[in-house]
Design a protein around this ligand. Structure first.
Ligand SMILES: Cc1ncc(COP(=O)(O)O)c(C=O)c1O
Length: 403
């Protein structure tokens, strides 16, 4: 039966994803089940989406309660759930205003437009360049693809949009050299997720904050993957002791309910006035109920300290793997967002984990990415490490053959 569905999917759905050969039917906590009833430990988490685990009861109940009352009326009207969702984001961040949308790409689009508009209103035409990083990933629309610092995603889609300057990640010199007249914003991920789990240096982020402030350049942090507790803090910027001007959110914001947002300081958010930007579904009552339940659950259930504790446990285990296996080249990450850089074909190793019932994925060809839910238990992490021992053990014996 599973094969039948897969065959149909291949015929009916655009072939834009390399998929695992299973049909997922159910999820609970850190676990997924396929159509044959086989259970998998999910350390991909819907690609950093289901941070509270699958079918979290608070989020499910929050959405159902809202569904019974009102699904959608549009942003032509005010909505109480949307106000509450904005309030909880503002109370727990540096920002004073929110714009709601539906995805990470849309959140970054909104931030790009906001930066240009702020600059246009203050300085007039011509100050529209945005500095972004090599190896970054900001989405698949033409503007966010133009912002993205990886060639492989752009092939066949050129010409890209004008107005983005890509600089090496973690290079103060590069920023210093390029921040000049005409630049209105810097857009940066503090941990490059799709780019191979590359962590921004503490001093670099401090420097970014100082130089952007000195030049009235907006510091936009893309928290689409790092936000909502993934790094052990609600937002990754909190690990660096700075306040950005704007953050972009999506993925885990609704724990699986599709939604996105930007949160920013009033000074910049005021550049969006009536008619200047919009989204039909943005902040719709259902999405807002999911956002509200997600954030309330993170706080009520103490998931941030929990993520820090489990993050430390995982880090210790990963370091032991690195000591033991020479196929493990490097360990990078923070909280519950980790990359294991390996010698050899990462995709092949991901497949071996899959065969053993553990779901992880691979970025940049040789970085195994681990994104467990914030509710992960020690015994689940132990299961991952027992499997990792077997998988890396297999490749270790072939180390001589691996380039
Ligand atoms: C850092 C970052 N920004 C933006 C996006 C795009 O988000 P979406 O797929 O929701 O458009 C992603 C998706 O992986 C991401 O990791």
């Amino acid at each position: 039966m599973q094969d039948e569905v897969i065959l149909k999917a291949k015929n009916l759905i655009a072939n834009t994803y390399k998929r695992f050969p299973i049909v997922v039917t159910r999820g609970e906590g850190c676990w997924l089940w396929d159509l044959n009833g086989r259970r998998y430990l999910d350390f991909i988490c819907g690609i950093a989406v289901c941070n509270l685990g699958h079918t979290n009861r608070n989020v499910v109940n929050g959405i159902i309660a809202q569904l019974e009352k009102l699904t959608h009326a549009s942003n032509l009207f005010y909505n109480e759930t949307q106000v509450k969702a904005a309030e909880i984001l503002i109370q727990n961040s540096f920002g004073n205003k929110v714009f709601f949308c539906n995805s990470g790409a849309e959140a970054n689009e909104a931030a790009i437009k906001l930066a240009r508009r702020y600059s246009y209103k203050k300085y007039g035409m011509g100050r529209f360049y945005i500095l972004t990083m090599e190896n970054s990933f900001h989405g698949r629309t033409i503007a966010t693809l133009s912002a993205t610092g990886q060639k492989k995603f752009k092939e066949g889609f050129e010409p890209m949009l004008d107005g983005f300057i890509h600089v090496p990640f973690n290079s103060k010199e590069a920023i210093e050299a390029k921040i000049k007249d005409g630049v209105c914003a810097v857009l940066v991920e503090l941990i490059q997720g799709e780019g191979g789990i590359n962590v921004a240096d503490y001093e670099y982020v401090k420097f970014l904050r100082e130089i952007t402030e000195a030049n009235d350049v907006i510091l936009i942090i893309d928290e689409v993957q790092t936000g909502l507790g993934r790094t052990g803090k609600l937002f990754a910027y909190e690990n660096y002791g700075i306040e950005p001007d704007v953050i972009t959110l999506a993925k885990a914001l609704g724990n699986g309910f599709p939604c996105g947002a930007i949160v920013g300081k009033d000074k910049y958010m005021e550049a969006f006035d009536v008619g200047s930007h919009a989204s039909t579904f943005g902040g719709n009552p259902l999405a807002s109920s999911a956002i509200l339940a997600t954030l309330n659950t993170i706080f009520d259930e103490g998931l941030l300290p929990r993520a820090q504790k489990m993050g430390e446990y995982i880090y210790q285990g990963l370091m032991k793997l690195k000591e033991k296996f020479s196929v493990v080249k490097d360990i990078r990450g923070m909280g519950l967002m980790w990359g294991i850089e390996v010698k050899g074909d990462g995709e092949e190793m991901v497949h071996d984990f899959f065969e053993e019932g553990i779901l992880i994925n691979c970025t940049r060809g040789n970085v195994l990415r681990i994104l467990p839910p914030l509710i992960v238990k020690e015994e689940e992490v132990d299961l991952f490490f027992e499997t990792a021992e077997r998988v890396f053990g297999k490749y270790e014996s072939r180390i001589g053959e691996i380039k």
